[in-house]
Write a protein that binds this ligand. Sequence first.
Ligand SMILES: Nc1ncnc2c1ncn2[C@@H]1O[C@H](COP(=O)(O)OP(=O)(O)OP(=O)(O)O)[C@@H](O)[C@H]1O
Length: 369
Amino acid sequence: MKSLINIENLAVELQSKVILSQVDLTLSKGEILGLVGPSGCGKTTLLNTLAGFIAQSAGTIEINTNDNQQIKISIEDMLPAEERNIGMIFQDYALFPHLSVNENICFGLKKLSKAEQGKRCEELLTLLELTEFGQRYPHQLSGGQQQRVAIARALAPQPSLLLLDEPFSNIDARLRNELMIEIRQLLKRLGMTAIFVTHNKDEVFTFADKIAVMHQGKVLQMGSPANVCQQPNSWQVADFLQLGSWLPIALPAQEHDAQITSLVGQLARSAIVNALADEDDNKSLNYQLLVKPNNIELCQHQANNVLVEHISVTEQGYHYLLSSIEQNNVLSFSQLSFYSQELYALGAKLAIKLKGEHFHLYAAADPHL
Ligand SMILES: Nc1ncnc2c1ncn2[C@@H]1O[C@H](COP(=O)(O)OP(=O)(O)OP(=O)(O)O)[C@@H](O)[C@H]1O
């Protein structure tokens, strides 16, 4: 299937600082991509570069439009924003406060006759369930209604690609999930290709078909949310998506020694399915196991090895953060996640051990790990 957008080796420099580099992304028509990553990693810069508000310093962006035109944007040929056939929805919606809902929606339709504008506006008001609000001004609408107007305005010129910068961040948490599902269904019905930015990993899992995890201006991993969660290709990806907690481990001193050691017991070397570092190359790296909550179980017949540091109530039971009782050890830890239906007291001492046969091992020189 022909891609709708193909980004190759995209780079952006702002004030002589590299903000994006070597960004490659491909999306098919109708796919929704969620861009995630820590604050400052370049998500908004990538959207603004695609939209044409920021100039790229290298690379190409190719868009195959709905009417089978191919738009190619390169440093030799920077197409202005209005010729890219891209719609953008800003975090604060950026509605024109002095224009009514109808006028906001028709803003990008100046080339059409008044009758055509009216028809398109009616269609969009119906599609977004805004029919009774056409005459109102943005300040007379709720946050969710303003967002619908912003979507209607962006869809009005029938763009090939929709860009959304943190589209749900201003929506009340209780309404957010409902609205995400509704907007996703709408985009799917329209066959609209979209790229959205979010800080929230739950949003990306609800709204996106594909996810791209960014770090320091680069895309570290892109794939379906399920694939990325099952096979995170770096600790930054696993860490950002909070796929588990980190348990420091010591690798076997000898090749033939088949056990790895932690402060909550030993584990067979064969349980490591994915070791993401050359273990012999760099002895200064820290080795950490990615431990999911279901990889930990209580163990009655063993000395206590952890302390309850923090308790929160969740829909899956009590969530505990555990620290190792032994703290003067290179393998000590302070934030191991554990869920239980039982309530334990803050400061309680427990005995836990690892269970499971598939662990990911990561190595990093980063002190965070
Ligand atoms: N106009 C600019 N001039 C120089 N540096 C900039 C400019 N705009 C953004 N930056 C820098 O580029 C980097 C990426 O910023 P960007 O807003 O794209 O990140 P982000 O991932 O969207 O962050 P957040 O999640 O906090 O919104 C940051 O270090 C930021 O300070």
